[in-house]
Design a protein. Structure first.
Length: 289
């Protein structure tokens, strides 16, 4: 009886260890898939042109470690100017989208009006339509309005492109906030604006952070908008600049990889910075319904 009772327990423990081992292996494999391309980009950016183009001998670490590609990127290509453009477009768009969708999301969550369901349905359907299908009519409209090759046109395109999805996301976060929080603020003498800014916004920080990150990364990674609606190099973003390094005959692999590494840094900083505020917002005080 004692041996029979102990065998299932031993098998269960053995299976649990194999399950943990499998999960660890899967996690390690996933990390390698994510880190390996970034590692290869960095290694390539630190190689000389001759070592990069030498296909007879592939090296996994530079024989002669050099920062020439990075210095050439900023001195000759003026990569810093295009990086400022990308940061300007992404930050302004993200801030504007957070403010606009905070108001629209609150209205869609707290108010009932005619056509509300139809409007939400249209926004959902709009997410299924590829943006490329709207390129020609939007270009014609922008051309007639004189918004081609202007920062105003790019800002308008970026902001309006992010509002529908971010409004749906923000509304979902508003729905999670109990209405009793605002009702308690009304009893204490707050009006609706004061209740929103003093009570709702501290609890809404996770939603605002999520919308900010989504809008920022969408604009930061965007390529087609600047390619289609701008032809002036002073309005280019880093993505357009990196694309210009791919020629018909030759590809500047060292510069391309160095630019790719630099392009990763702002998104990493944004995620690291916003993550703290997401945690703070989740721990903000609230009451349960």
């Amino acid at each position: 009886m004692t041996n029979a009772a102990q065998r299932p327990r031993y098998k269960k423990k053995f299976r649990w260890k194999w399950g943990e081992f499998g999960r660890v292996c899967a996690l390690v494999f996933y990390v390698l898939l994510v880190v390996a391309p970034i590692y290869w980009m960095f290694v390539t950016s630190a190689k000389t042109y001759g070592e990069i183009t030498d296909v007879s001998q592939v090296t996994y670490w530079p024989k002669l470690f050099t920062w020439d590609n990075y210095s050439h990127l900023f001195d000759t290509v003026e990569f810093g100017k295009y990086m400022k453009n990308s940061l300007l477009y992404a930050l302004v768009t993200a801030l504007a989208v957070v403010i606009i969708t905070m108001l629209s999301g609150y209205g869609m969550s707290r108010y009932a009006f005619r056509g509300k369901g139809f409007m939400m349905g249209m926004w959902m359907v709009a997410q299924m339509i590829p943006g490329v299908l709207c390129t020609i009519p939007m270009y014609v409209i922008y051309s007639r309005l004189g918004l081609i090759n202007t920062r105003t046109g790019l800002f308008f395109m970026f902001i309006t492109g992010q509002i529908p999805f971010c409004t749906i996301t923000m509304r979902a976060f508003f729905d999670r906030i109990p209405v009793s929080l605002e009702e308690a603020a009304f009893v204490d003498g707050c009006n609706r604006v004061q209740a929103i800014f003093r009570i709702v916004l501290p609890v809404l920080l996770p939603g605002m952070a999520a919308v900010f990150v989504f809008a920022f990364t969408a604009v930061w990674n965007d390529l087609m908008t600047c390619v289609i609606y701008t032809s002036k190099s002073n309005l280019w973003t880093i993505n357009v600049t990196l694309k210009s390094m791919i020629g018909r005959v030759n590809v500047e692999w060292g510069l391309l990889m160095a630019g790719g590494i630099i392009a990763l840094l702002p998104t990493i900083v944004v995620f690291a910075f916003v993550q703290r505020y997401v945690v703070d917002g989740l721990t903000a005080g609230a009451v349960k319904e």
